[in-house]
Design a protein around this ligand. Structure first.
Ligand code: URP
Ligand code: ZN
Ligand code: ZN
Ligand code: ZN
Length: 483
């Protein structure tokens, strides 16, 4: 059965034009005027855009003594509700665990996924086994490797481990990724704050100032440069980190930064709320920042120095957050956002004139599809692309309430925010998952998206390094040793 989306304006990262879209076998079969299909979706007054891709989620993640509450079932359902048609999650080996074992565990979490997904692999320890298994992970279609510079004593790796891993990633044609915060300093500051009686959720923000993120971002960029590997910096939350990324890009380095919708919209005053639950629900790393950092992040999206907007969706219930009463270091770190990323970014970005609709598509879908080497299967409206599409109604409005959301948790950090711009239809490989604004998605429909290495960037970096390498000086007439 074919489906035709009629009467809309196609909006991609580089073009806007009026055309119908015909879908057959889950893919875009034709784009043009007056197309005919078995089923018709009316897109009058709407934009037809590539479905969103969220490159940073943690569904059913084991973390800080518990599991994040949204799994691949509720998480991908929430994604589709908000116009996101693909998520990229992180397989996290425990220190000492085989990467392939961890991958099996993550594979087993996905049976109920409503939309397509892929994985990044985390490198949480270093050794010959990790070095060897990284090649097998790439063969499985996972080509991006994340390194935590924070969470000391748990997920954190040191500079020498990162350098070894980055070199291996470079040789495999992969992408190095970092959570950039100086974990040693965070641990010291946290201990000092607790000793001084600063035990509330605001202590979390005090223990992770922007300088801690800026330093780690600079360090990761230097290590990636020495290793000759491209670098993706997740959850860039502040000017200090953005400045490092901007400078690296201006110097010709292949570095990308990813602000989260939370950091673009919410600020650190949330942690000063006298209601403990309100503040703790917003504890995540990096924390929300002073408002001036938001201007920097928006400017980065506008100018192209920051590339993708993600959520880092890692949702914990209020009950789970309460583990940290009396000690902020025990509050599970993470917030939700999968359902809200696209509507909130559209409203506060396109609605305010800070982003064009084409830039919106670039930062929510196309840029990451290119960075992760899955374009134009994903992130495009082109003949042959997967029909992962959102028919976006720029006039539809709602106020965000936890009571209406798909996520399993009992609150929403965007509670009360009004949005204008919502999916009329969301399609995942041609199957309608949001119909006239109502969620009607299908458990188990989601498939794993394998990604090939992208050796061209890495080869370019290596070739240039080789050309410009420091070499021994050729000398004639070396004096005899001893005078
Ligand atoms: O607080 C956060 N961001 N939790 C999820 C894990 C991570 O650091 O990305
Ligand atoms: Zn992180
Ligand atoms: Zn994360
Ligand atoms: Zn159905």
């Amino acid at each position: 059965m074919s489906t035709v989306i009629k009467g809309g304006t196609i909006v991609t990262a580089d073009l806007s034009y009026q055309a119908d879209v015909l879908i057959e076998g889950g893919r875009i079969a034709s784009i043009g005027q007056g197309l005919v299909g078995d089923k018709v979706l009316d897109a009058t007054g709407c934009y037809v855009m590539p479905g969103g891709i969220d490159p940073h989620t943690h569904l059913e993640m084991p973390f800080m003594g518990t599991y994040s509450a949204d799994d691949f079932e509720s998480g991908t359902r929430a994604a589709l509700a908000g116009g996101t048609t693909m998520v990229v999650d992180f397989a996290l080996p425990s220190p000492g665990q085989s990467l392939l074992d961890a991958l099996k565990t993550w594979d087993n979490k996905t049976a109920r996924a409503h939309c397509d997904y892929s994985f990044h692999m985390a490198v949480t320890w270093w050794g010959e086994q990790v070095f060897d298994e990284m090649a097998a992970v790439v063969d499985r279609g996972i080509t991006s490797f994340k390194h935590f510079m924070a969470y000391k004593g748990a997920l954190m790796v040191n500079d020498d481990e990162m350098f070894s891993s980055f070199r291996r990633v470079g040789d495999l044609g992969g992408l190095a990724m970092v959570h950039a915060e100086n974990g040693d300093i965070v641990a010291e500051l946290s201990a000092r704050l607790l000793a001084e009686g600063n035990t509330g959720p605001e202590g979390h923000a005090y223990s992770r100032p922007p300088q801690v993120e800026g330093e780690a971002t600079n360090r990761a960029i230097m290590i990636a440069d020495m290793a000759g590997v491209p670098l993706y910096v997740v959850h860039t939350s502040c000017e200090d980190s953005h400045e490092a990324i901007r400078r690296a890009r201006q110097a010709g380095k292949r570095v990308w930064g990813e602000p989260l919708i939370q950091h673009l919209v919410l600020d650190e005053s949330e942690y000063f709320n006298p209601d403990w639950d309100h503040a703790a629900r917003r504890v995540m790393s990096p924390p929300f920042r002073d408002k001036r950092h938001q201007d920097s992040l928006w400017a980065g999206l506008q100018s192209g120095s920051l590339s993708c907007v993600a959520t880092d969706h890692c949702a914990f219930t209020t009950e789970q957050k309460r583990t940290g009463i009396g000690d902020f270091t025990k509050i599970p770190n993470g917030t939700g956002g999968l359902e809200d990323r696209m509507p909130v970014l559209w409203t506060q970005g396109v609605g305010s004139g800070r982003l064009t609709p084409n830039e919106f598509v670039a930062v929510t879908s196309t840029n990451i599809a290119k960075i992760l080497n899955m374009y134009p299967k994903k992130g495009a409206v082109l003949v042959g692309s997967d029909a992962d599409l959102v028919v976006w109604d720029p006039e539809a409005e709602k106020t965000i309430h936890a009571s209406d959301q798909q996520s399993a948790i009992d609150y929403n950090v965007f509670e009360g925010i009004k949005v204008k711009g919502l999916p009329r239809y969301t399609l995942t490989r041609g199957v309608v998952a949001v119909n006239e604004g109502k969620v009607d998605s299908h458990e188990g429909h989601g498939e794993f998206v394998a990604r090939a290495p992208r050796p061209a960037v890495n080869r370019a970096l290596t070739a240039w390094k080789e050309l410009t390498a420091r070499r021994p000086v050729a000398r004639s007439g070396i004096p005899a040793s001893g005078v």
